[in-house]
Design a protein around this ligand. Sequence first.
Ligand SMILES: NC(=O)C1=CN([C@@H]2O[C@H](COP(=O)(O)OP(=O)(O)OC[C@H]3O[C@@H](n4cnc5c(N)ncnc54)[C@H](OP(=O)(O)O)[C@@H]3O)[C@@H](O)[C@H]2O)C=CC1
Ligand SMILES: CC(=O)N[C@@H](CCC(=O)OP(=O)(O)O)C(=O)O
Length: 301
Amino acid sequence: MAKVFIDGEAGTTGLGIRQRIEALPEALGIELLSIDASLRKDLSARQEMIQKADVAILCLPDDAAREVVTQMSGTDTKILDASTVHRVAEGWTYGFPEMEGDQSNLIRSSARVANPGCYPTGAISLLRPLVKAGMLSSDYPVSINAVSGYSGAGKSAIESHEKEGGPAFFLYALGLEHKHLPEIQYYSGLDKSPLFVPSVGHFAQGMIVSIPLYLSELSGKVTPADVQAALEQTYKGSEYVKVMSPETKLLAETLAGTNNMELRVHSDSKGEKVLLTASLDNLGKGASGAALQNLLLMLGH
Ligand SMILES: NC(=O)C1=CN([C@@H]2O[C@H](COP(=O)(O)OP(=O)(O)OC[C@H]3O[C@@H](n4cnc5c(N)ncnc54)[C@H](OP(=O)(O)O)[C@@H]3O)[C@@H](O)[C@H]2O)C=CC1
Ligand SMILES: CC(=O)N[C@@H](CCC(=O)OP(=O)(O)O)C(=O)O
């Protein structure tokens, strides 16, 4: 049996991972180690659990994740960190298996894997293939708009939406320095940090990430069909990432409860501009679903 410990198992992401592990067939042979609830914030008790595990998944606030990793020494336990702390850190593998041909193998052989942020999963999946194909110059001034279900903001936000009923919709991170920008810029291959405006709607789960582009500003004579083809080529055969036909209306909640992500290229009739969109469940492919994919790879499945 492979032993897995979820540090922060009572939180939104931790609980989502636990439920997904519990739903796996027994044949996968995963045993979940659980800490006594009264000790869940006791560093030495948590370290003991981490030592006993083959893989420890950190579902903690950033400072607590940083602390537990800093204090770690001489352990063979593999770490999958769901926090923001190690996503662009040296020695850590980015846990987005579909990002690159050999990314799954890198995750499989890594002892330290960082689970991607929800918005970056959508943004990188759209931008990176275009930069790699030479269509989107690395110095393009990229703008990203996104809307998330309120569950992305953790336990206390969920409580306030579910008990107090709102707010209906709001923009945030208006200082234009959202914590996801470093990973979006780095893994998309951009020179400039994008202009990123996230928002939250009064629905629990779901997300749309949208990126508008002027085709006249891309390199060469690029058509919407070329953009679509570059995405299709990148995600050909992928189980969870699908390139779809454009829609006239896109709903944020369609993929709630799944680990799927759908990418689309919308364009005007003259073919002068495109709107790239990624739809996903912020708690699925944007969090716990992706963590389960990474866990299975780290356990050699
Ligand atoms: N894409 C991804 O992989 C995603 C990752 N995250 C990351 O996951 C982490 C948790 O977020 P989320 O689940 O939304 O947050 P929650 O607030 O829902 O859960 C956090 C959990 O950590 C516990 N906790 C807090 N401080 C400590 C500590 N010092 N030691 C041990 N446990 C502690 C909390 O305990 P208590 O029950 O007492 O509050 C709670 O159970 C964050 O780092 C966030 O960035 C979040 C969303 C998506
Ligand atoms: C709606 C909402 O508040 N979302 C969170 C991000 C959730 C997520 O995926 O991010 P991490 O894994 O990086 O925490 C935010 O914007 O901070």
